[in-house]
Design a protein. Structure first.
Length: 194
């Protein structure tokens, strides 16, 4: 048998082995290092109110070789925290998040626009207050590495997006001149599973 006839199966086998090793990897968000936060207008430019959600969970699937992946985030809306107890209570009522009826908000998307092996966007759908609409997040930073002090391999990111809350049925304050824009920011660290 000629050398060229032997080489072709070897190349095909090597390519198959490489493809088998380059499989998608699942990461689970670390709730102690993941904090969805937001900023919203108060009285038509009088001030900007900022808050966080203290309880959330997410899974990220990353295929570094294919430059692909998915993101699935769930936020407990009752964990909204402005740092002002009375405002936190009001935000949970029917005027805003209506947590009794809509206990969670979700975001499901795909990692996109990879540059130097790292995603720069998440293109997906955001569900808030029972309404689902497209929302693209811009990834400002993205890094995966071993973290020796935690004995874990982690991926971390800082992402942000913008939306109009009245498009999700949350128009409290609009009649008083409140602007409806919301800036959403998410800092996240996720731990490789398995």
């Amino acid at each position: 048998m000629s050398l060229s006839k032997l080489a072709l199966p070897a190349v095909l086998l090597a390519a198959y082995a490489g493809a088998a090793l380059a499989k998608p990897v699942t990461f689970a968000c670390d709730p102690a290092h993941t904090h969805p936060s937001f900023a919203a207008d108060h009285f038509g430019g009088l001030s900007v109110w900022r808050g966080i959600f203290t309880r959330s969970s997410c899974n990220i699937v990353l295929d570094e070789e294919a430059h692909a992946g998915t993101v699935d985030v769930t936020v407990d809306t009752s964990s909204v925290d402005f740092g002002v107890p009375k405002l936190d209570e009001h935000a949970q009522t029917k005027d805003l998040f209506d947590v009794a009826k809509y206990p969670t908000a979700t975001y499901k998307g795909r990692l996109a626009d990879f540059v130097n092996g790292k995603p720069t966007k998440v293109v997906g759908n955001f569900t808030l207050h029972g309404v689902t609409r497209p929302l693209t997040l811009t990834i400002r930073t993205f890094e995966c590495k071993d973290v020796p002090m935690m004995h874990q391999y982690r991926c971390g990111a800082d992402a942000e997006g913008h939306f109009q809350r009245d498009r999700y049925g949350m128009d409290f304050g609009k009649a008083f001149g409140f602007q409806m824009w919301v800036r959403l920011k998410i800092q996240v660290e996720a731990v490789r599973q398995g």
